[in-house]
Design a protein around this ligand. Structure first.
Ligand code: NAP
Length: 266
């Protein structure tokens, strides 16, 4: 099997640096360039604390796509930057594996159409942790029997979007099996605005942001005389890397856009 040639955007980040370590220990993965705003013109090996790859660093992703032959872009930057990078990658025929969230339905639809026109694989995964995907699937199973549900997601305080893509995805999966319903007392009033969390089809979503947290989610179900809690914790960012590896390997075989790791897990 030929090596899969990879560009990583956001290599100094907590996720991006783990992705570099994944590439370093995976025999058929090869880092061909990185995209970073602070180290343009240098080599990845010049950046302290990262694996010693002799690969160029660009700040302009289009220039990177023009000068370096790559199969896959792993984007682990920010929601806004990730969107722009994903669109450009598709135009340049580089298959994006995207961990940033924040794509709306229209943006996803436009990307889906463009990926099909170009016959190129795209994987956008709001959560690369295999355990988190199972948590969502188990929550969807439980919601058939327990339609009253609240989601509490907890992340580190540097996270830019709320609620998390995983919380939204969980609510969407539950929506597919649960009759639409309002929850709580019909006359309830918030003394402090936001106390009851975000409202998605009656399900309440609460976002906690604290230093020290990584990525955690509880899905709480309430029924007559019983509650059920399904919980997943990512304790560190290594937890996401088996999903990133699966996505890179799978995107090479796709000619369309896939949203969500659950759609490529058997
Ligand atoms: P982080 O530590 O803040 O890393 C983000 C990196 O992106 C930083 O090094 C930042 O550089 C860089 N960056 C920002 N704009 C850029 C640009 N235009 N070009 C190149 N690099 C740029 O964040 P993180 O915790 O690693 O998370 C990264 C992303 O992955 C976030 O969107 C997060 O929500 C997402 N995430 C996804 C999963 C998943 O499973 N799908 C899991 C965890 C996190 P500076 O430091 O110079 O700003």
């Amino acid at each position: 099997m030929d090596n899969i040639k990879i560009i990583v955007a956001g290599p100094r980040g907590r996720m991006g640096s783990e992705a570099l370590r994944l590439i370093e220990r995976t025999e058929h993965f090869e880092l061909v360039a990185a995209v970073d705003i602070k180290f343009a013109g240098k080599r990845v090996s010049d950046i302290e604390g990262l694996p010693k790859f002799d690969a160029p660093v660009y700040d302009d992703i289009e220039q990177c796509f023009q000068e370096v032959h790559a199969d896959v872009l792993i984007d682990l930057t920010t929601p806004e930057v990730g969107k722009k990078h994903t669109e450009l990658a598709v135009e340049y025929g580089v298959r994006p594996v995207v961990g940033t969230t924040g794509f709306n339905e229209n943006e996803l639809e436009a990307l889906r159409k463009r990926a099909e026109e170009k016959g190129i694989g795209v994987i956008i995964a709001p959560n690369f942790a295999v355990g988190a995907i199972l948590m969502m699937k188990f929550a969807q199973m439980a919601a058939k029997y327990f339609p009253d549900v609240e989601i509490i997601e907890q992340h580190h305080d540097q996270k830019l979007d709320a609620p998390s893509g995983t919380a939204i995805k969980t609510a969407e999966m539950i929506q597919k099996v649960r009759e639409s319903k309002g929850q709580g007392h019909p006359d309830e009033q918030e003394t402090i605005v936001g106390s009851r969390g975000g409202n998605m089809d009656g399900m309440r979503i609460h976002s906690v942001r604290l230093p020290g947290l990584v990525a955690h989610q509880e899905v709480l179900f309430g029924g007559e005389g019983q509650t059920l809690t399904i919980r997943h914790d990512s304790i560190n960012r290594v937890s996401f890397m088996s999903g990133v590896q699966l996505a890179v390997e799978t995107v090479m075989k796709l000619d369309l856009l896939v949203y969500g790791l659950e759609n490529i897990m058997e």
